[in-house]
Design a protein around this ligand. Structure first.
Ligand code: NAP
Length: 246
């Protein structure tokens, strides 16, 4: 991926960090976006540098339209283009619908779904000019199968799948591919505080019998972001240990 400029949103921690490091390991220059965890983002950048590639920090709340546009604009100003965009930034506000506030709903939909619109809208314009682009949206098994206590999150992740397929059709003629990766359970800050009974229950539903390492999501994303994946678009790649098949 030498000469490729990649942006990973929410790359300070967890899955985003693993994706950013894997893209760096493959030679891409990586823009490490984060919202508030600057120290953690610096650690991500250090790992990319250790892997032999350039990394640049970029603070932005990508759920904010203007900040997302400014993020992409800055990358194009500094590096001349954006080749790879990974929409990874995400949050949860889990509770059953009876307890879910309007704020819980809006925060999750805005962060998980609108962010992808914000970043894609800005990036696609630049990718079209270059007639090249790789967009990977991080969905979830919850967006395919649904998850009790996560109506907001499941809706946002299902929305990302529809968004991925529609955008893939819009931009295919310009050699831009748009795919989604749907992880199952991955041990990160997002899942660390889940109650033990939920964690154990999840384990029972995973044919491979274990949670994913963040790096395993990174490998799948890096493949879809590579030149080798040029003939794959509009697809959802589940990386879930076999939780959802078919
Ligand atoms: P995480 O450890 O909680 O990390 C979330 C990342 O998103 C952080 O880097 C955070 O930045 C960033 N972020 C949140 N809101 C943002 C915003 N408005 N603008 C920019 N960055 C923002 O989560 P994770 O588990 O790695 O999850 C990463 C993605 O994978 C999410 O989309 C999640 O839904 C998805 N996913 C996770 C799992 C799982 O089991 N963990 C399963 C399926 C899908 P700061 O550090 O600066 O706050």
């Amino acid at each position: 991926m030498e000469d490729r400029i990649a942006i990973v949103t929410g790359a300070s921690r967890g899955i985003g960090r693993a994706i950013a490091v894997e893209l760096g390991r493959r030679g891409a220059t990586v823009i490490v976006n984060y919202r508030s965890s600057e120290d953690a983002a610096q650690q991500t950048a250090a790992l990319i540098t250790q892997a032999g590639s350039a990394a640049h920090l970029a603070q932005a709340d990508v759920s904010d339209f203007a900040q997302a546009e400014a993020l992409i604009e800055q990358v194009v100003t500094d590096h001349g283009k954006v080749d790879i965009l990974v929409n990874n930034a995400g949050i949860t506000r889990d509770t059953v619908i009876m307890m879910m506030s309007e704020g819980d709903w809006d925060a999750v939909i805005t962060t998980n779904l609108k962010s992808a619109f914000n970043c894609c809208k800005a990036a696609v314009r630049r990718m079209m000019r270059k007639r090249y682009g790789r967009i990977v949206n991080i969905s979830s098994v919850a967006g395919i199968a649904g998850n009790a206590g996560q109506t907001n999150y499941s809706a946002s992740k299902a929305g990302l799948i529809g968004f991925t397929r529609a955008l893939a059709r819009e931009v295919a003629a310009r050699h831009i591919t748009v795919n989604a990766v749907a992880p199952g359970f991955v041990l990160t800050d997002m899942t660390a505080d889940l109650p033990d009974n939920i964690k154990d229950g999840a384990l029972g539903a995973i044919p491979l019998g274990r949670w994913a390492e963040p790096e395993e999501i990174g490998y799948a994303v890096a493949f879809l972001a590579s030149d080798e994946a040029a003939y794959i678009t509009g697809q959802v790649l589940s990386v879930d240990g076999g939780m959802v098949m078919g």
